[in-house]
Ligand binder design. Structure first.
Ligand code: SPV
Ligand code: MN
Length: 612
């Protein structure tokens, strides 16, 4: 490290920062080290570096670039993402871990000399808005200009924040090396490793580029934050944050967790509402109220099916000049194309598999689509017209409602409010999503994904759930919790509620948390009254919502719900859970059995519950 760069580190007055950077240099042996303060010229330098070293290529439109990840590096590598543990812990949920000494030996051997001949980039970020009690500090070291450039789009700069640490080691540390590159992509995929040291708040990632594996600040920092949150009594969640615009000029903030493919981004982007964030939120109790911030300041979004009709605002952002990165889409004549963009796709071009022509097959004989199903775009949130004015508020936004979504074709109603906070935590803990034709393997298989967080929970599940139960303590205003499901189908496999209806459910919830509508008490929670939905639909959707439609989706399918509870019983039999959770499960089953008995039928109309 030359004097100029060392000085930038010294200005932070933090010996731990210097120590970790020097250790990384000793290990990775870069040809050059560049320390970034996040100044405009640093950001421009990185963008150019990514282009000059071939990790990104310029496209026709100003500011647009394309980055390809390796053919086998198109998603999060679950098997090779492991916790480094010094002693075995029973996590409840299955997690990957490796004994610490063994894990270090392995990953150090891959990192040793990994940056020979390359430039090491040292960057400082803030997870959450700057100057905020929510925010955590993150130090990223990487040899990938694409990774650093992506983080500049997705996170807030934090060099000044590190000065406020006053010499404390309370920051997250990420060391990433893309490894040997071939045609600009990580070549040694067999040696891809992502190892997480929860005790030291450090993560090591090597031989990969896909953002979910390489960007320390995304899902790697999220795992560290979940662990930290349990110790400090707040929540780090896989949640969007959005402003829902109710009657008059009322804006009510909600957070929501959905497994991927269950409507998370589309909920955050419901027309007429405003977005604070689409992926990760920190929730804290401030003055006995729940406040939340978006950890990020950009979107790393799935591009598939983004088109001018279904996602006009995202489409507009992706088709106008601005700084953005496309990844793993098809490029033809310096223009991007992707699945579901509702435009003619050229028959040839370059994609993540190299030169591509329509009909190209992989070595198993499966067709390679023009863009990868997980192809993405990376933009700043400010690129969207519907960004909420309080998206960067260092105090966070007040949260009145929390939503858990799933994908369920035959059981759960479109929206239900929990009876109590504890029942709402139960909603989160029993989230399931059905596999679709878009995922490999059989269709319609239900996967349990508690709080849409299964991949990231970094503490024993018992502790995670206990922390959720306890979170309501001392609150003056307890947020209401909702379970939503956009995917009910009829016997002919047709969806019963279209995308436009998502707005109906959330506006009802917005009214509820503001004391507007009465609800019908059913064994599975509180559901909307027909006339309230009809009123909202009339006014806001300009549709005539019929009683028939309502009864079809809001009837309680008692036997189906009981089947779901049997699945949960089986899952939770093998996991040590807090007593409060076991009681919720038991009480849920009892309530369902009682109405089964009382009404003597397996499907009960919402009208039957009126006046009970
Ligand atoms: C997700 O899979 O939940 C994502 C993308 O948000 S990744 O960065 O891969 O985690
Ligand atoms: Mn996510």
């Amino acid at each position: 490290m030359d004097k100029n760069n060392l000085q930038k580190l010294e200005k932070l007055n933090n010996q731990y920062v210097i120590e970790v950077v020097e250790e990384a240099i000793k290990l990775c042996k870069p040809a050059k080290v560049t320390v970034m303060t996040g100044a405009k010229k640093d950001i421009a330098y990185l963008r150019n570096l990514a282009i000059n070293n071939g990790e990104e290529k310029k496209l026709k439109m100003k500011g647009h670039t394309i980055h390809f990840d390796g053919y086998h590096d198109q998603g999060r590598d679950k098997p090779n993402t492991k916790y480094l543990l010094s002693k075995y812990v029973d996590w409840g949920l299955g997690v990957n871990y490796i004994e610490k000494d063994k894990g270090f030996k392995e990953i150090y051997s891959f990192l040793d000399g990994s940056m020979a001949g390359k430039e090491m980039l040292v960057k400082f970020f803030s997870l959450g808005p700057t100057n905020s009690i929510f925010s955590l500090k993150a130090l990223q070291i990487t040899d990938s200009a694409y990774v650093a450039h992506s983080e500049d789009l997705l996170y807030r700069q934090g060099y000044e924040e590190f000065k406020n640490l006053n010499g404390s080691p309370d920051f997250f540390f990420f060391l990433h090396a893309a490894g040997r590159l071939k045609n600009g992509v990580s070549a040694d995929i067999d040696e891809r490793r992502i190892y997480i040291d929860l005790e030291e708040n450090k993560v090591y990632s090597v031989n990969n580029q896909y953002a979910g594996n390489s960007l320390g600040l995304k899902k790697l920092a999220f795992r560290l934050a979940i662990n930290k949150a349990q110790n400090e009594g707040w929540l780090a969640e896989h949640m969007f944050v959005m402003g829902v615009h109710g009657k008059k000029d009322r804006v009510t903030y909600f957070t929501g967790a959905f497994p991927s493919g269950c409507g998370k981004t589309s909920t955050a982007m419901i027309p007429g509402q405003t977005i604070v964030g689409d992926d990760i939120a920190y929730l804290k109790k401030i003055n006995s109220k729940v406040m939340a911030v978006n950890v990020e300041s950009g979107i790393f979004g799935i591009i598939r099916n983004v088109n001018s009709e279904d996602d006009p605002l995202i489409y507009q952002a992706l088709t106008s000049p601005r700084e953005l990165i496309f990844s793993n889409v098809l490029i033809n004549n310096k223009k991007p194309y992707w699945l579901g963009m509702k435009k003619d796709i050229p028959e040839e071009g370059v994609n993540y598999s190299g030169d591509w022509t329509e009909g190209k097959k992989d070595n198993k004989g499966n067709e390679i689509t023009c863009s990868h199903k997980n192809a993405r775009y990376t933009i700043r949130l400010s690129a969207l017209k519907n960004v909420d004015p309080r998206a960067d508020d260092s105090a966070g936004v007040p949260i009145k409602g929390i939503i858990y979504g799933g994908r369920d074709s035959d059981t759960t109603v479109p929206i239900a409010e929990s009876i109590t906070w504890e029942h709402g935590v139960f909603f989160g803990a029993i989230v399931e999503s059905e596999t679709t034709s878009a995922t490999i393997g059989a269709e319609g298989v239900r996967k349990h994904n508690p709080m849409a967080n299964l991949d990231f929970i970094s503490v024993p599940f018992m502790i995670y759930i206990k922390n959720h139960f306890k979170f309501k303590d001392d609150l003056k205003e307890i947020p209401k919790i909702y379970a939503v499901n956009y995917f009910l189908k009829d016997k002919n496999d047709n969806y019963l509620t279209g995308k436009a209806y998502n707005k109906l459910w959330i506006l009802w919830a917005e009214g509820r948390v503001n004391g507007e509508y009465e609800a019908i008490k059913t064994p599975i929670g509180l559901i909307p009254k027909y006339e309230d939905l009809k009123g909202i639909a009339n006014l806001e959707l300009e549709i005539d919502y019929t009683e028939e439609e309502y009864v079809k989706v809001f009837s309680i399918k008692v036997d189906k719900y009981l089947e779901k509870m049997e699945r949960m019983k089986k899952i939770f039999e093998n996991i040590e859970m807090p007593e409060a959770f076991n009681e919720e499960l038991k009480a849920q089953i009892t309530r369902l059995k009682e109405v089964r008995e009382k009404f003597g039928k397996e499907i009960i109309s919402p009208f039957d519950f009126l006046g009970t």
